[in-house]
Design a binder for this molecule. Sequence first.
Ligand SMILES: Cc1ncc(COP(=O)(O)O)c(C=O)c1O
Length: 448
Amino acid sequence: MFRQMKNSALSALGRRTALPPISWLMQTALARPRLISLAAGFTDNATLPVEISRKLLNEILRSPKIGRPALQYGITAGEMNLRKLTAAHLRKLDSSSFSSSSLVLEQKSRTRTRRKGEDEKRHSPERVMITGGSQQLLYMTLEALCDEGDIVLVEDPTYFVFLSILQSQGIRARGVRLERDGIDLAHLEKILERLKKSGELRRVKALYLVSYFQNPTGVTTSFAKKAGALKVLKKFERAAGHPIYLLEDSAYRELRFSGDDTPSALMVPGASRNVIYTGTYSKPYAPGARIGFGILPEPLFTAVQRIKGNHDFGTANLLQQLLARALETGLYDKHVVKIEKRYGQKARVMKQALAEHFPKSVEIWESGGGLYFWARLPKNVATGIQSEVFQTALKNDVLYVPGGICYADDPSRRKPDHEMRISFGSASEENIRKGIARLGSVLKKFIK
Ligand SMILES: Cc1ncc(COP(=O)(O)O)c(C=O)c1O
């Protein structure tokens, strides 16, 4: 009966949504137990905070009076206690990175922002929203901002699951060239100029930056570049007829094992109206507790809150209380210090293995935090899923993320296909060594 039907009942979105590459990669990893996956963006298994969480959950559930609210529905935007703690946490990160920085620009902007009395408003708990992971917030933000055919500018390359959301929602992406300290601002301006000429500027809604230890390249955007990007976006605002937001995704900010923290774009003077800041407790605490958060300007905050009302009318209360207690007791901060050390150690192991096993002609981008190394092979050596390199790696039981899937479908350039993202997040030190040795011997077959 169903087979005779000519058309499915799926919506345009249901029909359009492609299988996200992440699902395929995860399935492949699970189906082959011998396989060492350097592909997954999973966090370190051995340091997941089991004892801390048990202690805190016991406290939350120690009596019916205290436990019941945690097991009840809550408020759409999140529990005010966690919103306050999150606001205070971000204020602390921003103010200490701001004062430890020696950039003249930062010092200047500090005086100016003080004058405008922005300091308090910038990290106001009223503007903080708690979500089911920052992924949910990214999805809802795009829903609130974009109609089908609208344009979002992204780093070239960028977080590939974000690209999947764009694909699913029918939003067009344009890639802005990425340099070692963030996007190429001249290129950003050129793209916007071109879109203005073609009459499409009004379709541009946001620039998305994964600004700390970027997924996939490990690049951190300097504060000067955040300020520069906001200046360029502001320049085109009038012609666009609406704000063009800087969507700053800080998912890896607290996985920093060397160097200083960088202030967020919220610290750029006069900018907080144009910045959407998203973050997560998944990476520094536990993805299984899946709590994300964001700071949103109006009218976006209200729009996203209403959309979240339809999605789930509030993130799981028990998990919010867990994170709130972890922050309140200082156990969260202690845990972050522990995992930073751990990732630093794993990154060193991977760096050493890469130096030992990878052909010298492979350019390696290393980072002071996050979960990834980015490897750039000679241009004629393809790394995509159909490529010989990928298929041989799979036969040899090692998996990486092909760089090509991190590039937007942007008709103005050819997609690079000679790079790979390699993660030290979830593999043990032993498997990092083994996995890189396997991958290195595969590469030596194709690169002289
Ligand atoms: C850049 C980036 N943003 C957001 C997320 C989503 O994380 P979560 O939904 O767990 O907060 C991820 C997850 O890997 C990520 O890599």
